[in-house]
Design a protein around this ligand. Structure first.
Ligand code: AGP
Length: 614
């Protein structure tokens, strides 16, 4: 979750680093700090709280105007979020500074060893131990990169580390294991960061660092080795997000901008994947058609909103591909002794590609020899590197913590994968796949249509700002949509919200219904007559008990009108594609209600955009 920025070049390092940290604020943090090196003098400043506090500290103390520096926004894991525990951390002599993202699992033993050796550690963090370990290694090697390699060989857990040493004002050293770190390659200057948003204002040329690699950053260039000091393979790529894509673009919140970007995001995720002959071609799939034909089970692992996308994928995969599909919370998956084999395809869905629960599930599946396919929105993140194949969503940077456009593009991705598998396995004839793809290609305009009718939803949301609880009901793919609507309201409005399968009402939840309780119901298309009729009965049941019924249904579905206190119409689309249009009102509803309550919808309390710890 932490934000990391490193810089060496010709510009004032402090400006570059603090600006970079500002672009990483969305990652969620509770303290911030910087280190700058000039003329052999290493200086640091750090404060609990947001960047505004750090800026105040920098106004109080003048740091040297060096052209080498690094900065950190911390999301506390070991040690309370206060000034003392904020990064950077330094060694005894104040000649080495370190910043860190992740968790060093063996830090207690390392700390004890250091203190026995006479080191005085001042914070409660796992990170500070690294600063003192580097101090010891530097004393013997005199080389910061070699010292970092030796230290990393002793660390257990997940880490991104960046360090500087007063003895060299042209060297920033970074290392990573199970935690993000990317290099930005400039002209006479180079950058390190947790993700590209920190440096794309300066360069869009990036290098993806691999597992257990150490990078030496100098003005003149970048050197990458493994932990033994051997030159390491890296992958250079061009970041196609420009600065404006990461700005708010005139909206009050990134979330509003990202909701509005959904038609484009859905369209972009379809781009280049439908061949002229109507057949699907999935780039970077890297799992052969033969292997796909051998697959006898699919398991989807994901968290949060991505898990809800997985629940919808299950309906599509079983319907089109005719394969059994299980959907698992990634945090539960590996503790359940799942039954995997070489013919199991595990699909991991993660917007950030850095969610530790998802990564650990993938590693467990790898150990069981399953085939691994990632669905991810961030090029250069860890998940794609750990899967056999990847299908990137092209939602662009999703800055707001609450996932919106990434979710809709994940749905497009799972539809593409289900149809591709159907195409490869022959469970759907080519013309059927082609017909579904043509309908899918119409979805961006359907989503755009929904976005144009959201004012009544905003008014409704504002009118419910004082409510204590909202329930969400759905059937079939509408059930995961109900779960997603509830999650959005929880994470943005901090109020009780719960999603249910409508058929479950009579098995308990109907006891929750009381006069005036708002209940949002997602109604399947009329073409699903049995399902449709059953949910209309459910609406009648709750209305009879005084619920305030808010119904999302196909435009023109008059059968629900008598039982809907509020009716929200969405365009008619095929059942499996309906989540693309029914989710949008729920996103807008949650965002507007939270805004009406005065919440910062981009950075909800207690949450981070990428949960990089288990
Ligand atoms: C969704 O609005 C939340 N921010 C959260 O549930 C998120 O979906 C989850 O943490 C998974 O993140 P990922 O897709 O980056 O793995």
């Amino acid at each position: 979750m932490c934000g990391i920025v490193g810089y060496v070049g010709e510009r004032p390092a402090l400006d570059v680093v603090v600006e970079g940290l500002a672009r990483l604020e969305y990652r969620g943090y509770d303290s911030a700090g910087v280190a700058v090196l000039a003329d052999g003098a290493l200086a640091t400043a750090k404060r609990a709280g947001k960047l505004v506090n750090l800026r105040e500290a920098l106004a109080e103390q003048t740091l040297p105007a060096g052209t080498l520096g690094m900065g950190h926004t911390r999301w506390a894991t070991h040690g309370a979020p206060n000034d003392r525990n904020a990064h950077p951390h330094t060694d005894c002599g104040g000649n080495v500074a370190v910043i860190h993202n992740g968790i060093i699992e063996n830090f207690a033993a390392l700390r004890a060893e250091l203190e026995e050796g006479g080191h005085k550690l001042r914070s409660d963090t796992d990170t500070e131990a690294v600063a003192h370990m580097l101090e010891d290694e530097l004393a013997s090697t005199g080389d910061l990169a070699e010292a970092m390699r030796k230290v990393c060989r002793r660390l257990e857990g997940a880490f991104t580390l960046v360090a500087v040493h007063a003895g060299d004002d042209d060297l920033v050293v970074g290392a990573r294991r199970n935690s993000p770190l990317v290099v930005g390659v400039g002209d006479g200057e180079n950058f390190l960061a947790s993700d590209v948003a920190a440096f794309i204002a300066h360069t869009r040329d990036a290098i993806e660092l691999g597992q257990d690699q150490v990078v030496e950053l100098r003005k003149a260039g970048v050197t990458v080795t493994d932990l033994e000091g051997r030159p390491a393979e890296t992958k250079a790529y061009h970041v196609d997000w420009d600065v404006s894509a990461a700005e708010k673009g005139g909206y009050d919140y990134f979330m509003l901008k990202e909701i509005a970007e959904q038609p484009r995001a859905v369209a972009d995720t379809l781009l280049g994947r439908i061949g002229a002959d109507g057949r699907l071609t999935l780039d970077e799939m890297r799992i052969s058609d033969r292997e796909l034909r051998e697959v006898d089970k699919i398991i989807i692992v994901a968290c949060g909103t991505s898990y809800h996308a997985g629940l919808i994928a299950k309906y599509a995969i079983e319907h089109w591909a005719g394969l059994p599909c299980e959907v698992e919370l990634a945090s539960e998956f590996r503790y359940r002794d799942p039954i995997l084999s070489r013919t199991t395809l595990v699909i991991a869905i993660s917007q950030s590609g850095e969610t530790m629960d998802a990564l650990m599930a993938v590693r467990h599946a790898r150990e069981q020899h399953a085939k691994l396919l990632g669905i991810c929105n961030v090029n250069g993140s860890t998940l794609p590197r750990e899967c056999d194949g990847v299908l990137y969503t092209h939602a662009g940077p999703e800055i707001a913590v609450a996932s919106t456009k990434a979710f809709l593009t994940q749905l497009v991705a799972v539809y593409l994968i289900a149809l591709y598998i159907a195409q490869v396995r022959g469970t759907k004839f080519g013309d059927e796949v082609f017909a579904m793809i043509q309908l899918l290609a119409q979805m961006p305009e359907k989503v755009d249509e929904v976005l144009g009718t959201m004012e009544p939803v905003r008014e409704l949301a504002r009118s419910l700002a004082g409510e204590k609880s909202v329930l969400f009901l759905g059937r079939h793919v509408g059930f995961p949509v109900a779960l997603e609507g509830a999650l959005k309201l929880k994470e943005l409005a901090y109020m009780h919200a719960e999603g249910f399968a409508a058929g479950e009402l009579k098995h308990g939840p109907i006891a929750l219904i009381e006069p005036g309780l708002p209940v949002i119901v997602v109604v399947p298309p009329r073409s699903r007559d049995v399902l449709h009729d059953k949910i209309v009965s459910n609406i009648q049941e709750i209305r009879a008990r005084g619920a305030r019924t808010i119904v999302i249904a196909e435009e023109g579905d008059t059968s629900v009108e008598p039982y809907a206190d509020t009716l929200i119409g969405v365009p008619a689309v095929p059942t499996l594609f309906q989540p693309l249009v029914t989710t949008v009102p729920l996103q807008v509803f949650a965002c507007e209600l939270a805004t009406a309550k005065g919440h910062d919808v981009d950075q909800p309390r207690n949450l981070a955009k990428s949960v990089t710890v288990e």
